[in-house]
Design a protein around this ligand. Sequence first.
Ligand code: GUN
Length: 292
Amino acid sequence: MTARILDGKAIAAEIRGETAQQTADWVAKGGKQPCLAAVLVGSDPASEVYVRNKQRACERAGIDSQLHRLDASTSQAELIAVVERLNNDPHVDGILVQLPLPAGLDEREILDVVDPMKDVDAFSPENVGLLVQGRPRFLPCTPHGVVQLLKRCQIPVPGKHVVVIGRSDIVGKPMALLLAARDGTCGPEAANATVTIAHSQSDDLEGIVRSGDIIVAAVGRPEMVRGSWLKPGAVVIDVGINRVGDRLVGDVHFEEASAVASAITPVPGGVGPLTIAMLLQNTLMAAKLKTG
Ligand code: GUN
């Protein structure tokens, strides 16, 4: 079998086009142009790239963007003051604090300060709680991107066994919630999957992965999932982005997996571009929520 390649880049472009149209319609009706404020502390090279891509995507979708660059030596109190200023700025609809923060800053405390109505990452306790209860405000960007990818590639999810590898707050946990949700509780997508959360400490990880119809790998270990671990015909969604020498690789061994899977996302060009597309959607929603 040679797996079908799931082109996240093309789907992200489609979603960004829809957001651009929705933004133009909103502004034409007298709505305020949405504005996303990104906060970048220090100069982590990967974060620089993400932030640049976010700004470019905003510009193309007709969304205003601000970048607040702070020195790596910024103190906790200074960073909190910046976030509070953005919370109180009526022009700013969405706030994104780029992670990871430099060592010494308490990530959780900073994210707790972001106004939940402007929390377009959906990282705040209030927004996580609403998602857990099946009445989300903002959907977390990467997991929502994966759901959109599955939907737009017409991959059936209801009733399927999805194995999510990884239990992070950003991807693994919310991914599992979205996929297990009842119809309609996390947007119009019917998820209704049977979900297993596995991780690096799971006994017989290989056996668990082999029982999955759909695998979502978000464990942050380069090429950890081998082709021999997969059920023939499985669908593989690789959220990992790992730098190995001068190559970017996922959490799945792509060549091996493509010989066994029925469909697979490439790295790069799979899930990555969808995160930004869903962030733009959330920023437009934040602008609309403020008015509505
Ligand atoms: N760093 C890597 N991914 C993300 C993300 O989705 N949001 C933020 N704020 N930082 C990140």
